[in-house]
Write a protein that binds this ligand. Structure first.
Ligand code: PLP
Length: 459
């Protein structure tokens, strides 16, 4: 299995290279040369067996299927539910796919737990060491800290926007106590942090000096690992049923994973609703074919306060007929003028992907959280509520599967303010949050962040 960059020259790299690099050196995103065709979930197949098959298809001959099976078992042992990503019925033909049973209570654990083990395996095989850099809108950082803590092959640097994530989110990443996890709190929003990460990846000297790697959803391995739960949900609900996946979206990683699962033959058809909060870039892109620069606005669903969804690039690569030159010129135009428009042909292709987008504002999120509590007696996190509200807005003949991207207890302030009830933190998480926090506050300054990383890596 080989990978190409969405902005590259067509040169291919192996799974190991794509995985360990994260972002491609030319600023593009790695994507498989072609989608492997994978048999859908078999009746009674366990999550781990399915994950092993799917990840092995993407890894090709880089990792043996037996080894992948061991890594998968170790990764998902850390989950509190034996089905890893169980389905919970919330209405006739409406299901919630619970992705928050991992150690940091958000869906980011599903991919990060396996990525850390794949990294450790590949790096110890090669006798190498890497620096992982990630920007987080709240949950990626915690998941990365939990997954990589204590690994001797990797130093992890996590940039989060100061004051813009929930205290529980922050505590998960700042309280590992591990020497190889470094947290920087930047004065800015998530897009500013993401820009710094992207600039550092473009800085060739720095990239090579510290052996930089990325585990944001720009890393293909995350998309591959996330495609598993869509396949598992289809298997559990039956292959004869058409499903519509409603995906609370920020960087468009999870929604892209659904698209990939469909392209690999794991789903019965493809119907995706990208549910966004007031950060409506995806809605505009899908409706008008234009990508416009905006600044992120703060909402009740902070993990989705993202103005430029990085993974849209992978979908646009497909609708441009996988033409890297066309994609590169589209993004060059966007960077120069703050706006770029798709060709008529690409717009047509985008309209045929089966991907729709719906925007839900804070007032609608509040109404939905209260309504879900009344209808089911359970509290849902605001991100999940954005998905659920979006599902109600657009009718379908399919069975709705709404992704629950985080546990309500990760956002206790918002949930209790809106519903009047404080969600209980699962017992397994309590110990985490009693430990001391370590993070450094820093201006959103490329030079300063770069030098801080350099000194800590060499030190
Ligand atoms: C990361 C995150 C999202 C957004 O997922 P993307 O893959 O970035 O679109 C939604 N909800 C929660 C709770 C998250 O942590």
């Amino acid at each position: 299995m080989k990978y190409v960059s969405t902005r590259g020259t067509g040169e291919t790299v192996s799974f190991a290279e794509a995985c360990l690099a994260g972002l491609a050196p030319d600023g593009g995103l790695f994507t498989p040369v072609e989608y492997p065709q994978i048999a859908p979930a078999a009746p009674g197949e366990t999550y781990n067996a399915l994950a092993t098959r799917i990840l092995s298809a993407f890894a090709g001959d880089t990792i043996s299927e037996a080894k992948m099976g061991e890594l998968v078992a170790a990764a998902y042992d850390s989950f509190a539910h034996q089905s890893v990503t169980p389905l919970n019925q919330v209405g006739p033909d409406r299901w919630i796919l619970e992705l928050h049973h991992g150690p940091t209570l958000a869906f980011k654990d599903v991919a990060m737990q396996i990525i850390a083990r794949i990294y450790d395996h590949l790096l110890s095989e090669r006798g190498e060491r890497l620096t992982v850099l990630c920007a987080t809108s709240g949950d990626t950082g915690g998941a990365a800290a939990a997954a990589f803590a204590g690994l001797s092959s990797v130093d992890v640097f996590i940039l989060h926007p100061f004051g813009r994530i929930s205290p529980v989110q922050r505590q998960f990443m700042t309280s590992t106590g591990a020497d190889n996890i470094h947290n920087f709190a930047l004065d800015g929003d998530f897009d500013d942090s993401q820009d710094i990460v992207k600039s550092l990846f473009r800085d060739e000297t720095f990239r090579k000096d510290v052996r930089l790697s990325g585990v944001n959803s720009i890393n293909w391995t995350r998309i591959a690992a996330q495609s598993v739960y869509f396949a598992a949900a289809q298997g559990a609900l039956g292959h004869e049923r058409a499903l519509r996946f409603v995906v609370p979206t920020g960087n468009f990683g999870d929604a892209l994973a659904a698209y990939v699962a469909a392209r690999c033959g794991l789903l019965n058809g493809l119907e995706i609703v990208t549910a966004v909060n007031s950060n409506r870039t995806m809605v505009d892109l899908l409706e008008t074919g234009r990508l416009s620069r905006r600044s992120a606005v703060s909402t009740h669903s902070p993990a989705m306060d993202i103005a430029l969804p990085s993974n849209a690039e992978r979908l646009l690569f497909e609708v441009m007929g996988r033409d890297p030159a066309q994609l590169k010129s589209f993004y060059d135009r966007f960077i120069q003028s703050g706006e770029a428009e798709l060709s008529e042909q690409a717009k047509g292709a985008l309209g045929c992907t089966g991907v729709k987008a719906v925007t839900i504002d804070d007032a609608e999120t509040e109404t939905e959280m209260k309504r879900l509590y009344k209808e089911t007696g359970s509290l849902q996190c605001p991100h999940t509520a954005v998905g659920s509200a979006a599902a109600r807005q657009v009718a379908t003949d399919s069975v709705d599967v709404i992704l629950s991207t985080a546990h309500a207890a990760k956002f206790p302030e918002t949930v209790s303010e809106i519903t009047g009830f404080t969600p209980a933190l699962p017992e397994r998480s309590e110990a985490w949050l009693e430990r001391g926090e370590v993070f450094e506050r820093m201006p959103c300054d490329l030079h300063q962040v770069r030098e801080a990383i350099r000194s800590r890596v060499s030190g």
